[in-house]
Design a protein around this ligand. Structure first.
Ligand SMILES: Cc1ncc(COP(=O)(O)O)c(C=O)c1O
Length: 408
């Protein structure tokens, strides 16, 4: 690697890798706030991927979990949206009552317990703002969804990780003792649980009581991300709601209807009523400052939700079929972990050096897969999306097998 520093006026110099032609690091000039600053250093895998894209070198993406690219979106969605009145706008900070009535009917609680947002990601940032002062702390799961830390950073909130450990053949154990100690010592404003986890697929099972007890003892609110909840593949669980601690459940149409482009997510509050009295005006105020939700999608929500059960059933069939193909295609030495729920399979690949596996896969087989360390998973693990059309998934898994077992 040949690093060269390029000066560029008032913008702060750039380090450029001359061999690869990629930007390694931008030295900040101070124009952009520290919380918004982008770390442009690229790991080797991302740099190679960018280079392939720039050079037009084709590769298949085994991680692609954009459902709109795998034929999973119901075309009726377009018809329902087309029927809506796109010209009137009567904003309510929580989102239109008809939409919240439909949510309460489907998921429980009262319409007043819901706030609609433009995505689950936006809902996260509202909740971080609601619950934590700048530099306040929240706890997020590791391994876990990589966007939680940047979302917290943008809300000026600090994150600590709490760990789960994989216990073969198929369990994930939450280190509830360590979480409790950290929560007592650091005073978390919130603990985020992803149920089931991304990419672990593990539902919050037996750890639920300890998690709730920790929240209750330390005053932390619970945020329960349930976007993958209905996608039970080889397991199942319980939604986290209606306990003695303030609980904010998150969900949205990105996964429920395979429609991330509709930009619709929601928060459901459940928990002590007296806490709700304080929370409601504050969360109303945050929502009112943005009034984000697309009125057409909001008006269509009652009808859109009627498509959810069929959509979920269709996706679950796809996930199960592809998981079967994955297990049948890869030799036994490459263990496919149990997928309790969600859209991702984790595969343990005996390989020298966890950094090198994904690189070799891209260079030699032109297959791109997220290595486990992208998600704080230890060991040589690949995360593979189970969403593709079965025929193309089978072809890709054949290519993966040939790469792992050449000559077999
Ligand atoms: C666990 C988890 N939560 C939230 C989201 C974001 O959903 P949305 O598109 O509603 O922002 C994702 C997206 O992949 C996710 O994996």
């Amino acid at each position: 690697m040949t690093i060269h520093q390029v000066k560029q006026g008032g913008k702060g110099p750039l380090d450029v890798d001359l061999d690869k032609g990629v930007t390694i690091r931008r030295h900040p000039s101070g124009r952009v706030s520290t919380r918004a600053r982008v770390d442009e250093s690229q790991n080797q895998l991302s740099a190679l991927r960018s280079q392939y894209i720039e050079d037009g070198i084709p590769f298949d993406d085994l991680t692609d979990s954009n459902p709109t690219r795998h034929g999973l979106m119901n075309p009726e969605i377009g018809e329902i949206l087309a029927k809506q009145d796109a010209l009137s706008y009567d904003p309510d900070p929580k989102g239109p009552l008809v939409a919240r009535e439909a949510l309460a009917e489907r998921f429980g609680g009262e319409p007043d317990d819901y706030w609609l947002a433009s995505s689950t990601s936006e809902a996260y940032s509202w909740l971080f703002t609601l619950l934590a002062d700048p530099r306040g702390r929240i706890a997020i799961p590791a391994p876990g969804y990589p966007l939680l830390q940047p979302l917290a950073q943008l809300s000026s909130v600090r994150t600590d990780s709490y760990s789960s450990f994989y216990v073969p053949p198929g369990e994930w154990m939450l280190d509830a003792g360590a979480l409790k100690e950290d929560a007592e010592e650091r005073g978390y404003k919130s603990i985020v649980a992803v149920n089931p986890g991304n990419p672990t697929g593990a539902y919050i099972g037996s750890a639920r009581d300890e998690l709730l007890e920790t929240c209750a003892r330390t005053g932390a609110a619970l945020i329960s991300d349930e976007v993958f909840f209905p996608f039970a593949v080889e397991g199942g669980g319980e939604r986290l709601a209606n306990y003695e601690v303030p609980t904010f459940s998150l969900d949205g149409l990105s996964k429920l209807l395979c429609a991330p482009g509709l930009k619709c997510g929601w928060i459901r509050y459940s928990g002590p009523e007296e806490e709700k009295d304080e929370i409601t005006p504050a969360l109303d105020n945050i929502a009112d400052s943005f009034l984000p939700l697309n009125a057409v999608v909001a008006a269509a929500l009652p009808e859109l939700l009627e498509l959810a059960d069929a959509s979920v059933a269709n996706v679950v069939r796809r996930l199960r079929a592809n998981l079967k193909t994955l297990r049948e295609t890869l030799p036994e030495a490459f263990r496919v972990r149990k997928v309790e729920g969600g859209w991702t399979a984790l595969v343990d690949i005996p390989w020298e050096g966890e950094q090198e596996l994904s690189l070799a896969l891209l260079e030699q087989a032109h297959l791109y897969a997220h290595p486990g360390w992208f998600y704080d998973l230890s060991g040589s693990v690949l995360a593979i999306s189970l969403l593709p059309e079965p025929a193309s998934f089978a072809r890709l898994m054949g290519q993966l097998r040939d790469f792992l077992n050449p000559g077999e």
